[in-house]
Ligand binder design. Structure first.
Ligand code: FES
Length: 172
């Protein structure tokens, strides 16, 4: 029995206290709610960081969302830490947003209504704060992904991630 089947089995077993008819009618629903094998395979993404030089950024897809990985330069880090975020809409220090200062990992989805902001690719406009700009309704994020202006309520989300070693990042 693979993991999907085992999990489905456990979920069905959890329903076993119900009348048999109810449990049977629940099966197609529970089964359809379970993630497909390809989605499960993408629940964790491993990235080799070695080719990503300081100043470069890459985008990987994780659970259907773009995750922006940026190798920060010393200047980037200085700029991101030289501010006092206590009066920002979503106050968050740079240190709170990163596990390693040289690697900024965030979900590239605007926290207003889910558009993809500009600023990740070379040549794109970076908004009024030198980071990211969501053209849908005019949200400006700074270089650390903190919301500074516009309707977005929160900073760009940080996905769960960890560093397996100095050159391997695991997202998810
Ligand atoms: Fe980004 Fe509205 S979706 S500003």
């Amino acid at each position: 029995m693979n993991d999907v089947e085992r999990r489905d089995f456990l979920e069905i077993a959890g329903w076993s206290g119900l009348a048999a008819g109810a449990a049977l009618s629940t099966w197609p629903l529970v089964h359809s709610l379970g993630p497909s094998a390809d989605v499960q395979a993408l629940s964790t993404v491993r990235i080799d960081l070695a080719p990503i030089a300081p100043g470069m950024a890459v985008t990987v897809m994780w659970r259907g969302k773009p995750v922006w990985i940026r190798h920060q330069t010393p200047e980037d880090i200085t700029r991101a830490t030289a501010v006092d975020p206590s009066r920002y809409r979503d106050p968050e220090t740079y240190a709170a947003r990163v596990q390693r200062p040289e690697w900024l990992v965030q979900i590239g989805v605007c926290t207003h209504l889910g558009c993809i902001p500009l600023g990740q690719k070379p040549g794109e406009t970076k908004g009024d704060y030198g980071g990211y700009f969501c053209a849908c309704h005019g949200s400006h994020y700074d270089s650390a992904g903190r919301i500074r202006k516009g309707p977005a309520p929160r900073n760009l989300e940080i996905p769960p991630h960890r560093f397996e070693d100095d050159t391997t990042l695991i997202i998810g």
